[in-house]
Design a protein around this ligand. Structure first.
Ligand SMILES: [Zn+2]
Length: 71
């Protein structure tokens, strides 16, 4: 388990630590508070510099979600 922080509402929670698409990054977990996928680990090696990287991951996730909804 890893601590996550939601970028949308600031909620902190614990979630599963899964690799994101075979990268060194932890896959975002859905925020239990507001339902957003814009979450990232609140600790760890990449925390100070990972916001830029997670922005790209969130963008990809948003596109995936939009595609799923259209089908
Ligand atoms: Zn949230």
């Amino acid at each position: 388990m890893t601590k996550f922080v939601c970028d949308d509402c600031g909620h902190k929670f614990k979630g599963m630590d899964c690799e994101y698409c075979a990268t060194a990054f932890t896959a975002p977990v859905k925020c239990p508070e507001c339902g957003s996928w814009h979450t990232r680990p609140s600790s760890g090696l990449f925390f100070s510099s990972n916001k830029y990287i997670y922005k790209e991951i969130w963008k990809t996730l948003d596109e995936k979600m939009n595609n799923t909804e259209k089908q």
